[in-house]
Design a protein around this ligand. Structure first.
Ligand SMILES: CC(C)(COP(=O)(O)OP(=O)(O)OC[C@H]1O[C@@H](n2cnc3c(N)ncnc32)[C@H](O)[C@@H]1OP(=O)(O)O)[C@@H](O)C(=O)NCCC(=O)NCCS
Length: 195
């Protein structure tokens, strides 16, 4: 009997073949396609309101323009989750906002938490002292993930801001990021050589 498609695995069941990597301008078509696959509910939770395909295409096209770090989670080679932080036009500042989206069929499998941890580490390693993320009140999952990753939650009338403060690089955070990038580079080279 053949394996069920990953999207048919019930939510909550962890999946094995997830690969997280830093994305760059060459990944723009995949990033755009990921945003366009988000349901209207996920779009609202991610962008704070109803957003059109045109908005998402424009948003995606600017994602690599400023100083930014974008990580993606691929399942079987298809981009299913994206997280990003952006600096100012030319440099990192002390504060940055993180945002994250996972396609509906791949939510509740630990991918969001894995991406969030990766972007927190990247921020830490670039001297960003405070990382914040904004979500709607109803977004229990995001509030839970932010709190789990040591964010302080501030409630306002229509949104919640999670702030992770006192970030600073450590030998471990720098080494882990270097190790992940180097491993990925090597495995890409081996795959390319094998054709
Ligand atoms: C929010 C989001 C990023 C989370 O990603 P995910 O891959 O679904 O999340 P994970 O599976 O890694 O973790 C979900 C956590 O929330 C918990 N959770 C699930 N439903 C919950 C609920 N109703 N209330 C509280 N916690 C809940 C899970 O138990 C899990 O916690 P654990 O790891 O401690 O067990 C994802 O659902 C998403 O993209 N949503 C739409 C866009 C969005 O909301 N973006 C955030 C604003 S920037």
């Amino acid at each position: 009997m053949s394996e069920p498609a990953l999207s048919q695995v019930p939510a909550g069941v962890p999946i094995g073949a997830v690969s997280i990597r830093r994305l760059g301008p060459a990944d723009l078509p995949q990033v755009t396609a990921h945003f366009l696959r988000l349901s209207s509910r996920s779009r609202r939770l991610r962008f704070g309101g109803v957003v059109s395909d045109t908005f998402l295409e424009q948003y995606a096209s600017a994602i690599f323009e400023a100083v930014s770090i974008v990580f993606g989670a691929e399942v079987d080679g298809v981009l299913r989750g994206v997280t990003e932080i952006r600096g100012s036009i030319t440099q990192w500042t002390q504060h940055a906002e993180a945002a994250i989206s996972i396609e509906d069929a791949w939510q509740d499998r630990g991918i969001g938490d894995a991406l969030l941890k990766r972007i927190i580490r990247a921020a830490r390693n670039r001297g960003i002292a405070q990382l914040y993320m904004v979500c709607l009140h109803e977004n229990r999952k995001m509030k839970h993930l932010a709190h789990k990753n040591e964010a302080i939650l501030d409630y306002s009338v229509d949104s919640v801001e999670g702030r992770i403060v006192d970030l600073h690089p450590s030998f471990r955070s720098l080494f882990e990021e270097w190790y992940d990038e180097a491993s990925l580079y090597l495995s890409d080279m081996v795959r390319a050589e094998r054709g």
